[in-house]
Design a protein. Structure first.
Length: 174
């Protein structure tokens, strides 16, 4: 029987932060040895820009370092998803419901929306800052690279929070 690999279920905001910072491939490499990166169909459908969608499709179909998973909840997961969508966006709600029942990790920077629910339901999550922290810690980028990624993403309209490697405390230990 094949071991079930931990999945990092990516929400749109983290993907766009790294994409706008020209580092989507880096995002998908940080935990590649121990985790599988997943984008739920609900989150995938939130990407409207054709160039961005093409980049994601290349990672799914050519590089195969990202998997698109159809999100068709049933039973209790469906009930929870419906409850969550009455309070949050479809993408965040899908990620939270999926990870709550499948016991995986959410990659989202929407902490205002997800933090309380995730903490209450023991759902692990990683923020953009967490991904940057682990990339630096693992020698995949420098602090200067992280600062540049944030500046580039902000220049393209992303609301990336401040990040300081020396004071950052990851939300999830990986």
């Amino acid at each position: 029987m094949k071991d079930k690999k931990l999945k990092i279920v990516l929400d749109t905001d983290v993907v766009l932060h790294f994409m706008k910072g020209s580092r989507l491939s880096l995002l998908l490499d940080i935990f590649a040895s121990e985790c599988e990166y997943v984008m739920l169909s609900t989150t995938y459908d939130e990407i409207r820009n054709r160039d961005q969608k093409n980049q994601i499709d290349n990672h799914i179909n050519l590089l195969k370092n990202l998997t698109k998973v159809d999100f068709n909840p049933s039973g209790e997961m469906r009930r929870v998803y419906a409850m969550l969508t009455s309070q949050f966006g479809k993408g965040e709600s899908a990620c939270m419901a999926y990870c709550q029942f499948e016991h995986h990790v959410i990659g989202s920077n929407n902490t205002r929306d997800i933090r309380e629910y995730c903490n209450k339901n023991s759902i692990s999550y990683l923020t953009t800052g967490d991904f940057l922290y682990y990339a630096i810690k693992r020698g995949m980028m420098t602090e200067s690279d992280a600062t540049q990624l944030i500046a580039d993403a902000r220049a393209q309209g992303s609301n990336v929070p401040e990040f300081d490697y020396n004071t950052h405390i990851p939300t999830t230990q990986m």
